[in-house]
Design a protein around this ligand. Structure first.
Ligand code: PLP
Length: 451
C-alpha cells in the first residue's frame, strides 16, 4: 500500500470531519498549519507524549503544539493548578497576583529582563516590543532575518519563506510580502538581513541606520528550519546595534526553553528586549515581552493616573488585551515554568541531542538524504538535502518527499510538523526516541520504494 493510501485508510473519520468542517471553516481548520493534503488529522485527547485521533489511532507527539508544551499533555501538576483556578474564575476584570509571581520567575532567570509585561500571544509580544523600540528611538523601521518568523502581523510577515525568484541576492535580500493583503508600503519599513552572514547583515544595517528602530532576531531560526545562529553572528549584531543605536530584540518564543535564561544564556549574547510565548503559558495562550528598564518605562504613565489622558504629561504606550494575564494562563504557566528548572532543561537538552544523533544514524542508510538540524530540545528533519547551515539551504528540500515523510510518520504513530520541525518534552523517554528513529528510517524506505 502507498503511504497516502495507508494514511487515507487509517484516518477515514478525520476525512469526514474535514469535509464537514470545510463547508464552514476555510481549509477545514482555524490554524492554517493544521490543514494539509489529502486531509488533516483531528485529535481528540492527549496525555504525556501520547495523543489519540478521532479514528482511535494513537501517536507519540514530537511536536507538542509546536514546542508550547514542554511537559507534554495534561501534566498532573498543571491540570491540578488549572482545576484549582477554575473554581475561582478564569479571566478577571483586574490584575491577579500570579502575574507578579510569573514576572518574578522570569526576571530572576533572564538577567536582561529587568521589567516585563504579559500579552495574549507571541505575535502580540513582538508587535508591542517593536512599537516600543520605535517609540524609544523615534525611528520608523525594523530589521529582521530572511527566514525569521515572528508571528502574523504585516510588519513581520515579510520574507519568512520568500520564493527564490523574488528573494533577491543572498547578501542583500529583498523584502518580500508573505501573502496578499500586506500593503506594498509596509515593505519599505521592514528591512531583511541574511541570517548568519555577519558582513552582509552589518552592511544592510549600516545602510539603513538612521531609519532603524529595532533588529528582531530568533537565536535559532524556527519556522525557517531550526537553524541555530552562529554565536559570532549574534555577538556581531549586538555590537553593530550598540554602535548604531538600534534596539536589539531577541524573539525567544521558541528558544526560551534552551536554558533557564533562554537562547541568550545559551549563546552568551544579551539583547535589549526579549519576546516570549509558548512555554511561558504552560499550554494556555500567552505571550510576554521585557527587557531594559529605560525602554520598558515608556509603558508607565508619565504623570497623572490616566494612561489615556494626554493632558497628564503625555500618554504612556497603551497595551490592551481582554484576556492578557488571565488567571488560567498564569496558573498553567507558573506551574510549568517552576517544573522546568535548570535540571529539567539539562535533561531535555540531552534527550534532544540523543534524538538528533539517533535519527541521523538511523537515516544514514537511506537512499533519500536526510539532514537533521536543531539544538537543545529542538530539531527539524530536512528531506533531500545533505547540509543545512543558512536559510537558503532549506530551498533544496524535496517538498513532495518531505510531505510524504510527514504522512508516513503519522502512519507509524509519530507526529512532527509537516515541514519537519519537532521537539522533545520532559515526558519523552529513550524508548520514544528509539521508536522515532526507527519510524523515520522505515518511512524513508517506504518513500523510496514508491519512487
Ligand atoms: C519565534 C516566534 N515568534 C513569534 C511567534 C508567534 O507566536 P504566537 O503563535 O503565540 O502568536 C512564533 C510562533 O510560532 C514563533 O515561533
Amino acid at each position: 500500500m502507498t503511504v497516502i493510501a495507508d494514511y487515507e485508510k487509517r484516518t477515514a473519520r478525520s476525512r469526514e470531519h474535514f469535509v464537514a468542517a470545510g463547508a464552514m471553516i476555510p481549509a477545514g481548520a482555524t490554524r492554517s498549519l493544521n490543514s494539509w493534503p489529502p486531509h488533516p488529522v483531528y485529535l481528540e485527547s492527549g496525555a504525556g507524549m501520547l495523543v489519540t485521533d478521532v479514528d482511535g489511532n494513537t501517536y507519540r507527539d514530537f511536536l507538542a503544539n509546536y514546542t508550547a508544551l514542554p511537559l507534554g499533555y495534561a501534566d498532573q501538576d498543571v491540570t491540578r493548578a488549572l482545576a484549582e483556578q477554575l473554581t475561582s474564575g478564569t479571566a478577571h476584570s483586574f490584575s491577579r497576583t500570579q502575574e507578579k509571581a510569573l514576572a518574578e520567575l522570569i526576571v530572576a532567570r533572564v538577567p536582561s529582563i529587568e521589567r516585563i509585561r504579559f500579552t495574549g500571544s507571541g505575535t502580540e509580544s513582538v508587535m508591542f516590543a517593536l512599537r516600543l523600540a520605535k517609540a524609544f528611538t523615534g525611528r520608523p523601521a525594523v530589521a529582521k532575518a530572511e527566514g525569521g518568523y515572528h508571528g502574523t502581523t504585516d510588519e513581520v510577515m515579510i520574507s519568512v519563506r520568500p520564493p527564490a525568484d523574488k528573494a533577491g541576492a543572498a547578501h542583500a535580500p529583498n523584502s518580500v510580502a508573505e501573502m496578499a493583503g500586506i500593503p506594498e508600503s509596509r515593505l519599505h519599513d521592514t528591512i531583511v538581513l541574511p541570517f548568519n552572514d555577519i558582513d552582509a547583515s552589518t552592511a544592510v544595517l549600516r545602510a539603513n541606520a538612521d531609519r532603524l528602530a529595532a533588529l528582531v532576531l530568533e537565536p535559532v531560526l524556527g519556522v525557517g528550519g531550526m537553524i541555530p545562529a552562529d554565536r559570532a553572528y549574534l555577538a556581531a549584531m549586538r555590537a553593530v546595534c550598540d554602535e548604531l543605536g538600534i534596539v536589539l530584540v531577541f524573539d525567544e518564543v521558541i528558544t526560551l526553553r534552551l536554558a533557564p535564561g533562554g537562547g541568550q544564556e545559551h549563546y552568551g549574547v544579551t539583547p535589549d528586549l526579549t519576546t516570549m510565548g509558548k512555554i511561558v503559558g504552560g499550554g494556555l495562550p500567552i505571550g510576554a515581552y521585557g527587557g531594559r528598564a529605560d525602554i520598558m518605562s515608556l509603558l508607565e504613565p508619565r504623570g497623572g493616573t490616566d494612561v489615556y489622558d494626554a493632558r497628564s504629561g503625555g500618554p504612556a504606550l497603551y497595551q490592551g488585551g481582554t484576556f492578557t494575564g488571565n488567571a488560567l494562563s498564569l496558573a498553567a504557566g507558573l506551574t510549568t515554568m517552576r517544573k522546568l528548572d535548570a535540571a529539567a532543561i539539562a535533561d531535555l537538552n540531552a534527550h534532544g541531542e540523543l534524538l538528533r544523533t539517533r535519527v541521523a544514524k538511523a537515516a544514514s542508510g537511506s537512499l533519500v538524504p536526510l539532514t537533521v538540524t536543531g539544538v537543545g530540545s529542538l530539531f527539524n528533519l530536512h528531506v533531500g538535502v545533505t547540509d543545512v547551515r543558512v536559510f537558503r539551504d532549506v530551498r533544496g528540500v524535496d517538498a513532495a518527499k518531505q510531505h510524504r515523510l510527514f504522512l508516513a510518520l503519522l502512519n507509524r504513530g509519530a507526529i512532527i510538523a509537516p515541514r519537519g520541525m519537532g521537539c522533545v518534552s520532559t515526558c519523552t523517554t529513550e524508548t520514544d526516541i528509539d521508536f522515532f528513529a526507527a519510524a523515520v528510517a522505515e518511512s524513508l524506505d517506504a518513500i523510496t520504494a514508491e519512487d
